[in-house]
Design a protein around this ligand. Sequence first.
Ligand code: ADP
Ligand code: MG
Length: 234
Amino acid sequence: MTVPLAIDARSLARHYGEGNRRVDALKNATFEIARGEVVAILGPSGSGKTTLLTVLGLINPPDAGSLRIDGHEVLREGARVTNLALFRRRYLGFVFQRSNLIPFLNALENVQLSLELDDVPPREARGRAREILTSLGLAERLDYVPAILSGGEQQRVAIARALVNAPAVVLADEPTAALDSERGRQIMEIFRRAARERGAAILFVTHDHRTLDLVDRVIEMEDGALTVRAGGST
Ligand SMILES: Nc1ncnc2c1ncn2[C@@H]1O[C@H](COP(=O)(O)OP(=O)(O)O)[C@@H](O)[C@H]1O
Ligand SMILES: [Mg+2]
């Protein structure tokens, strides 16, 4: 039995606006990403990186194309929104530029909540949340609320929250932008490890060329178009 591709995207397209305001933010995007791969998306501001991630994240419906995630066709006509919401929780993890943690919950509760939303019983959710936070070096921070965590710690809690459901795909939009280069590199190493140990495909937008030695491939975007090149050699 072959393992399905984490992402199998064919001719995805998305535009905004009409007439002379029309912007083709994503054009004819065709690419595959296997489980266990770490892929960086590079490109100037406005080139369509966020559009690509939100289309893959089932947040932004494309105009055309097909998309399989972990072997499941997700854009099929008639797929109901409720199913997509459930699918998103099961198969996808999101990390943003800012951690978007719930301010009145501590680190442990923030991660635990994401499991409980997926019907994991509280006791088990607590154990799994503690385990993943510990593996990301946050054992001493479990009962800290976001406001008293550093930026790098907040981002690691957000990553724990994204990874704890064991998603097939993690989508991260400039996850290291608010961090210094050492903390940024730490985040990259966490992604690398998550890909290897959990078999997740990691797709992240970055401007930081210094972290590209840790990726398998680079997707470059310009004016909504993609070019894919091998990574890991810079
Ligand atoms: N909701 C929107 N409505 C209209 N235009 C948009 C919208 N979102 C993005 N765009 C435009 O689409 C293009 C790609 O944007 P985006 O995907 O955010 O690029 P990036 O993340 O690479 O900066 C840009 O020209 C942007 O102005
Ligand atoms: Mg963007």
